[in-house]
Every structure is written in C-alpha cells, then in structure tokens.
Design a protein. Sequence first.
Length: 428
Amino acid sequence: MKTLVYGTCGFEREMRALCERPAFPPEAEQAAAAIIAGVRERGDAALTEYAEKFDRVRLAPEEFLLPLKQARAVAAQLPAADKRAIRQALSQVRTFARLTRPRNWMTGVRPGVRVGEKFTPMDRVGVYIPGGTAPLVSTVLHTAGIAKAAGVKEIVAITPPGNTHPAVMYAMLQSGVTEICRLGGVYGIAALALGTPTLRKVEKICGPGNAYVTAAKKLLYGTVGIDLVAGPSEILILADHTADPVFVAADLLSQAEHGSGLEQAVLVTTDAALIPRVERELKRQRDTLKRQATIDRVLERGVFFIQVPNRRVAAQVAGDYAPEHLEIHAERPEELARMIRAAGAIFLGPWTPEPAGDFCAGPSHVLPTAGSAKKFNGLETASFCRRTSLVKYTENALRREADIIARFGAMEMLDAHGRAGTVRFREE
C-alpha cells in the first residue's frame, strides 16, 4: 500500500506512472503472436496441441464444440435458487440492453435532403468467458445476454475446456449461446478469429480475459472486430469525510481478489484522516476472506491512497487515471460525477457497491481498463450491431449542391467525383 499526497515532491511522477499503466506486458504480446501464428499455419492440429499444452486436455477436432445436450445435462445440476438468481440478473441486463439498443432513424436536414442511420445485428459473434480460478457466470450474461438482446443469431461462447461449472452452462443456455467452443486463452481467440476446417470464424470477439487474451485481441484486430483492449481489473473510489471506511475497504477488496495479482485499488480522498482508517479495515477484512494469496499481492503493490485538497482536484485525478470502475462515496455524488472526464462505469453513493455492476445492475461489466476509458466504451448493445449511414437527395436538392460537389472534385483533383454531381444536369 502506498500513499501519495497532492502537491508534494514526486506526486506528478507517481501519478504519471499510475495513469500510464499498461494493459498487458510486452512478453504477453510476444507469446500471443507465436500462438496465433501456429493456429494460422496449422489450424485444427495446432488447437489440439495447444489444448493439451495449456489446458492439459487432449481434444480431437470433433470435440472442440461441446454439444448443447451435454451442457443442458450439466446445467440441470444447478440448485433452483441459483437458477432464479441467474434468470433475474439476466432479465435486468437485458432490460438495460433494450433501453440502449440503437434505433434506425431518418430525418430531413434541409429541403430535399434526408439523412439517417440504420443498425443491423451482426450474424455471428464470439464471447470469451474466462475459466481461470473462478466460474465467471456473470460474464456470460454481460456478453452473450447483450448480444442476444441486440439480435445476434449465432453466439459462440469461447471458454477453456474445463470451464463446465453448472452455473456457467446454465447461464450460457439462458443467455442464447448457440455454440460452446471448448478452447481457452489465446488459441481459442485465434480459432474463432481466423477459422479452421472445423470452426467457422466469427465477425467480432467480445469479453474480458487475462493479459494474453487481451494481447491476442489486439493483434487480431482487423482480422476480427473486438470490443476493447482491457487489462487487469481496477477500482478507484472518490471519498470525503462522509465515507464509511468499512464500505470503502470492502469495495477496494472486491477488485483485489480477482486473481492475477496485477489488479489496482485506488482511494482518492479529501479527508486525510480516512486513509489510516481504511488501511486498518483492509487488513482486518482481508483476514476474513478466502483468496488471501491473491489479495496480498494487490495489497503489496496495487493499493494506492491519494490525498487531495478538494473535490475539483479529486475529479481531475480520477479523470486522469480513467478507472474501469469509479465509486463516489461523497456528498452530492451526481455533481461530482459530472466533473469526471473518463471512467468505464460510475457508481453513485455509498449504497451502490461496484459488485452490483458486476452482477445484476444492468449495464455490462465488460469495461475499459488501464486508462483506456479515455478512448474505449464499455460493451453495449451497439457493440453487436453494424451502423450504416443513410442519405437521400431529391433532384432539386442535388441541383442546389451540384456545384459544391464539382468544386470539391476540382480541389481534390478527382474529376470523376465532380462529374457524378453535374452529369445529371447536362444540357440535352
């Protein structure tokens, strides 16, 4: 744990290092590139090799896809109460997705000219569901559930071979997954981005993953669409004298337990007295949790306390950091939120813990990290749609603007462009 005080020597240097944190280390990109090359060159044979090497499972190509009948048999083992929780959370995710679904429109902007947009759901997408150390049931809802609400017909879940927890299987079936691809990590991403004799490629791949998955998505961008480049999970909490240190510590720890040990948990506060109280609470609550080894790595190098003089500076620091998750435990949280320039998601007030967003609030928990909230949006319904511009001119409208077209054609030395605007009005 480290404390930084605004205005002291070295503060700007420390903040610059925090704000320029990488989504993944260079070695992850190098490793991902080698695996992608193997899949591109050797197809199914490479996938069989990598499944055995990385996931210790020997899979023949006909076993890459898990039959849905088998998934249903596994899902049937889930307790009824867990099924109800999944269905309710999925309903709430889909409600938000429907509210934010882009709508076709067209309107007149000047006499004889109409412009607009149309949105078409993608045909086939892949959603990455990490296996790792925990069954991320919610990630299924926050990817496949949104894709289904957007109208995508074919939704392929990519997940490591051993990720067959009944809750994950049930969530996939409820969310509209049409295929379950039992391939993990970089080689799974590469399989659906490139396609093989056994697996048809997808148009876009969405969902979180470790540093290697993130590097693979970056390398494959252009071959396949991707949602965003996201690194380890992170949370920043803005707090003042009204904040409860028990709440603050609990919420910081909620991200510290994720698994890689590279997560970050940041407290930015105008109340210097809050810092030692939160530090004590972190240590006390840590002793009551199960994933202590992971949490200890984050407590050692990923927890930062930043003391600032006022709300304006607090908002500036938060916007510069551009966190994946931003909580506001302060007076007038909506006012403070309006001052934030960049964040993946903002949670307003002490009764809105970030895990509500992880599981059941509604917006997707697939969010930009490592400062990329400055240039990426979180996953949304529009992420699964193609946007097309619509333009319609009448004859009189084109007549009025044909000279503009001709003049731009001349300026850009593109005479065929200019002629396309004027030829319709040539003298007979």
